[in-house]
Design a protein around this ligand. Structure first.
Ligand SMILES: [Zn+2]
Length: 116
């Protein structure tokens, strides 16, 4: 019997998890789920179905994948490597001009300002 291993994945996530499971010799079935997307009628999200007998083997891979999905990318300071950085709330006019199209960050560790 097929059981869902993960759902509400984007297409890119579904492909990545599918490949990770495949590396562990677990073949998954990718299906759409969620509300249908206009005009194609398929769901806008993807889910991965696996054989119930392989659920135990897949559990760690899926759990690891879910943990990485939930992790927000951390922006690190290019000088000291500290992850304690935050966008500068009110850049001056020349900073806005100079860093146009990027976000100006300030490192709480060493005070360096950098664009990301
Ligand atoms: Zn720093």
């Amino acid at each position: 019997m097929l059981i869902p291993a993960a759902h509400y994945l984007t297409y890119a996530e579904a492909v990545q998890l599918y490949n990770e499971l495949l590396d562990a010799d677990i073949s998954a079935l990718v299906k759409t789920c969620g509300p249908p997307s206009f005009p194609f009628g398929d769901g806008i999200w993807y889910q991965l179905l696996i054989e119930e007998t392989e659920a135990e083997a897949a559990h760690d891979i899926v759990a690891d994948f879910e943990a990485r999905r939930a992790t927000v990318a951390v922006i690190r300071c290019p000088r000291c490597g500290s992850p304690d950085t935050a966008p500068v709330p009110h850049p001056t006019w020349w900073q806005r001009l100079f860093y146009a199209g990027t976000t100006l960050y300030r490192c709480a560790g060493c005070g360096r300002k950098f664009a990301a």
